[in-house]
Write a protein that binds this ligand. Structure first.
Ligand code: CP3
Length: 343
């Protein structure tokens, strides 16, 4: 087994120091990212340029020496690889040509899938040699439900009326789409592991909008299938699940998907998580990303409280959701010092 700190913690070992990385640790809060981002015409082109994505992945490591590097890409490269039109408008977020029903699903194609994702694989192959020896390399994908919401809504959403409408009234269509995404996401992640990813994170950012029965169908079941596929081929690679907003359903997610670790959003109570979840999975999280933006005493207190309560078992320090664009880089430096000083 790897002796990298992050991997030991994800396998359930209590480690000192506490390993850490931060969701969206690369990105627009860093001036050096904004500089190289300007070299690509648009965000998808950026993601398809290993010369730029390798550099973007390394930038936060140079400043803060996190215990993990995460592949620089996006969850929406998967719909693009399936032939759906995807674009990122500056300041507006992602735009997709929304799927309307089974005919649109039938038009998705796996023919160019791996070819279109080749830049992610190449980025990982280069990162294996570019990152420090003690740093773990994380690959990732969006979970089927979260990716499906973007494909159905045509972009970001507040109420998820269309995607949840499919769950309730076009169930067979949603089943077909989720099955396709489950299959192809597993393939994508296996290829990432073959290219050098040592840990996998599955981002189910919108799992929390699903009621219990729907959560089991569209979040837990696909995650379990993906975990089973990866385990069968790569039993040593730890898998982190992130069913953001799942509340009390975090317990079912941990017990029923078989993930090695679960990433907690900032609303999850710490002592409940330590007692209910940590016997079954390592924990990751969960500093409020707005508290990192705010900084100061409050950030220091909360960081120590998290480490005190969750650090008794397998634990990786992280945020409850990605770094916000307005976050001052000095606050991230201070956070890294506090985590290291905590021992
Ligand atoms: O450092 C890292 O964590 C790796 C890179 C990464 C990005 N996106 C880069 C990115 C990762 C892991 C993601 C995952 C992602 N993308 C998720 C799941 C995690 C989460 O935040 O819930 C989701 C839902 C997306 C979809 C997405 N991508 C949206 C809604 C947006 C627009 C909003 C925004 O922040 O701009 C993106 C664009 C995006 N993905 C950017 C970056 C750095 C900004 C685009 C740019 O730099 O021009």
């Amino acid at each position: 087994m790897s002796d990298k700190l992050l991997i030991r913690a994800l396998k359930g070992e209590r480690t000192r120091p506490t390993p850490f990385w931060l969701m969206r640790q690369a990105g627009r809060y860093l001036p050096e990212y904004r500089e190289i981002r300007a070299k690509a015409r648009n965000f998808l082109d950026f993601c398809a340029s290993p010369g730029l994505t390798v550099e973007a992945t390394l930038q936060p490591l140079r400043r803060y020496n996190m215990d993990a590097a995460i592949l620089f890409s996006d969850i929406l490269v998967v719909p693009h690889a399936l032939g759906q039109e995807v674009s990122f408008q500056e300041g507006e977020g992602p735009k997709l040509k929304a799927l309307c029903g089974k005919d649109d699903i039938a038009r998705l194609s796996i023919e160019q899938f791996h070819e279109r994702l080749e830049p992610s694989y190449e980025t990982l192959r280069q990162l294996v040699f570019a990152i420090p020896e003690s740093t773990a390399l994380i690959g990732f994908a969006g979970a089927p439900w979260t990716v499906a919401t973007y494909m159905i809504e045509g972009g970001s959403s507040k109420e998820f009326v269309k995607a949840k409408g499919w769950a309730y009234r076009q169930t067979a269509d949603l089943e077909r789409l989720i099955d396709l995404l489950t299959e192809m996401t597993a393939e994508y992640l296996l290829m990432q592991i073959a290219a050098g990813a040592e840990v996998i994170q599955l981002f189910d950012s919108w799992a929390g909008v699903l009621p219990e029965e729907e959560f089991r169908k569209w979040s837990i079941r696909p995650a379990r299938k993906i975990v089973e596929r990866l385990r069968a081929r790569c039993p040593k690679v730890p898998i982190i699940g992130f069913p953001k907003g799942a509340g009390a359903l975090y317990e079912a997610y941990v017990k029923e998907t078989g993930v090695d670790a679960v990433s907690l959003d900032s609303t999850v109570p710490l002592s409940w998580a330590a007692k209910t979840l940590q016997p079954h999975a390592a924990l990751q999280g969960n500093l409020d990303n707005v508290l990192l933006l705010a900084g100061g005493e409050a950030m220091e207190r909360e960081t120590k409280r998290i480490i005190n309560i969750l650090g008794e078992g397998g634990f990786v320090f992280n945020l409850g959701h990605g770094i916000l664009q307005q976050t001052p880089p000095e606050h991230v430096a201070r956070l890294a010092d506090i985590i290291r000083e905590a021992g």
